[in-house]
Design a protein around this ligand. Structure first.
Ligand code: ATP
Length: 362
C-alpha cells in the first residue's frame, strides 16, 4: 500500500532546528501539500522523506516500513524537483524511459510503458523530439512522466511548477492533479504558493519555523484556521486580523471593543469560556456586508483606496482610530474614496483568536 507517514520527525543542522516534531500521514491516493513561507522547513521535510537528509529524531515510514536507515534508492520513491534536468541529446521518449533501464524490461514493455504515460500527459505526439524542441510546459510534463513511468511507492514533488509562467502554472496544476488522481499513490508536494496548494491538495500541512501549524483540507484551513498565522497565510486578500478587547459572551454573541468601537459580533459557543481580555478578531474581506448608517453593531471605517478587481472591488478602509480594514464588495456596489462604511461581519465567518493566537472554537 502506497502510504507515507512521518512520526515526530526532527532535523537539526548543528544547533539550528529546521524541523521539529513533525507528524504527518499521507494515505494511498492522497495528495498533501507542504505549504509555508521561505525557510519554514518544507524542503527539509521532503528531503527526509526521500532519504536525502537523515532525520535527527523520529521515524519515516513508507508503505508501512521504517525507512530511517535506507538510502533514497531503496525507498523506491519518485521525485520531481524544481530544477529538473532533461538529457538534451536524448529524445523526449528516451528521457521518459530513463528510470526503466534499471528494471531490465524488454524493449517492447518499455515502449508500452512510455507510451502509456506519454498519453496521460499528452506527450505522445512529441516523443521523438529533443527537449530543446518542446515548450516549457511540455518539458515540465516530461519530468512528471519520468517520475510516474515506474511504479514507485510514492511521489514527492518539490516546487514542481515554480519555473513556469503564470498561465502555464494554472493549466499544469489541473493536469498534475488529474494525473495523480488516477495513480492511487501517496504524494507530497512542497510549495510556497497557496493557490497551488488549495487547488492541488486533498490536505494541506501549513508550516512555520519548522513546525506543522495545521493539517486540513483546503476548505478546513481556509474556513477554520487553527491560529492567527494560518489565518493570515491562507486567503487572498488577507484576512483582517483586528486586535480587540473581549468583554463577554452571551446569546451566541461576543461583545468586543475595537479601538473605541464597542460592537456585538456573532461568535461560536467556545468563546463563552474565554476570559475578558485581549483577543484577535479575524474577518475575511469578503465576509462583510455594508449596511446603512443606523444599523447597530457595525464596524465603521472610512474608504481610503479603491482597487477594482474585475467582478469585485477591494476597498482599503481605516477605522476611527487608524486600524486598516480590507473589504471586498461586488462591482455593482459603488463606494467612493472618503465614504464612511458601516460594516457588518458575517457571524458564520468571524473568528476569535485568544491572546496566544489560537482559534477559540466550540
Ligand atoms: P524555501 O521555500 O525557501 O525553499 P523551505 O521551507 O523549503 O524554504 P528549507 O529549505 O527546508 O525551507 O530550510 C529550512 C531551514 O533550514 C532554513 O532556515 C534553511 O536555511 C535551513 N537549512 C536547510 N538546509 C540546511 C543545511 N544543509 N545546513 C544548514 N541549514 C540548513
Amino acid at each position: 500500500m502506497s502510504t507515507i507517514e512521518i512520526r515526530k520527525v526532527t532535523k537539526m543542522f548543528g544547533d539550528f532546528t529546521a524541523v521539529k516534531d513533525a507528524d504527518l500521514k499521507v494515505a494511498a491516493g492522497e495528495v498533501v501539500c507542504l505549504l509555508g513561507p521561505s525557510g519554514c522547513g518544507k524542503t527539509t521535510t521532503l528531503r527526509m522523506i526521500a532519504g536525502l537528509e537523515r532525520v535527527t529524531a523520529g521515524d519515516v515510514i513508507i508503505a508501512g516500513k521504517n525507512m530511517n536507515e535506507l538510502s533514497p534508492q531503496k525507498r523506491d520513491i519518485a521525485m520531481v524537483f524544481q530544477f529538473y534536468a532533461l538529457y538534451p541529446a536524448l529524445s523526449v521518449g528516451q528521457n521518459i524511459a530513463m528510470p526503466l533501464h534499471y528494471e531490465k524490461l524488454s524493449k517492447e514493455e518499455m515502449d508500452k510503458r512510455v507510451m502509456k504515460v506519454a498519453k496521460i500527459l499528452h506527450l505522445d505526439t512529441v516523443l521523438d523530439r529533443l527537449p530543446g524542441q518542446v515548450s516549457e510546459g511540455e518539458k515540465q510534463r516530461v519530468a512528471v512522466a519520468r517520475a510516474i513511468v515506474r511504479d514507485p511507492n510514492c511521489f514527492l514533488f518539490d516546487e514542481p511548477l515554480s519555473r513556469l509562467d503564470v498561465e502555464l502554472r494554472h493549466s499544469m496544476r489541473g493536469q498534475i492533479k488529474e494525473v495523480l488522481s488516477g495513480l492511487s499513490k501517496a504524494t507530497v508536494i512542497v510549495t510556497h504558493d497557496q493557490l497551488e496548494a488549495l487547488t492541488m491538495a486533498d490536505r494541506i500541512a501549513i508550516m512555520r519555523d519548522g513546525l506543522i501549524e495545521q493539517v486540513g483540507s483546503p476548505h478546513e484551513v481556509f474556513a477554520k484556521p487553527a491560529n492567527v498565522f494560518v489565518a493570515s497565510f491562507i486567503g487572498t486578500p488577507q484576512m483582517n486580523l483586528i486586535e480587540a478587547n473581549f468583554k463577554g459572551y452571551g446569546d451566541g454573541k461576543a461583545k468586543v471593543v475595537f479601538d473605541k468601537q464597542e460592537v456585538t459580533i456573532g461568535a461560536n459557543a467556545g468563546v463563552a469560556s474565554l476570559k475578558p481580555g485581549k483577543v484577535t478578531v479575524g474577518i475575511r474581506p469578503r465576509a462583510f456586508s455594508v449596511a446603512s448608517r443606523d444599523t447597530k453593531d457595525t464596524i465603521d471605517a472610512q474608504a481610503e483606496l479603491i482597487e477594482p478587481m474585475g467582478a469585485e472591488t477591494l476597498i482599503h478602509a481605516r477605522t476611527i482610530t487608524g486600524g486598516d480594514i480590507r473589504v471586498v464588495v461586488t462591482r455593482d456596489k459603488r463606494v467612493k474614496v472618503g465614504e464612511l462604511l458601516h460594516l457588518v461581519p458575517d457571524p458564520a465567518q468571524t473568528h476569535i483568536f485568544d491572546e496566544s493566537g489560537k482559534a477559540v472554537r466550540a
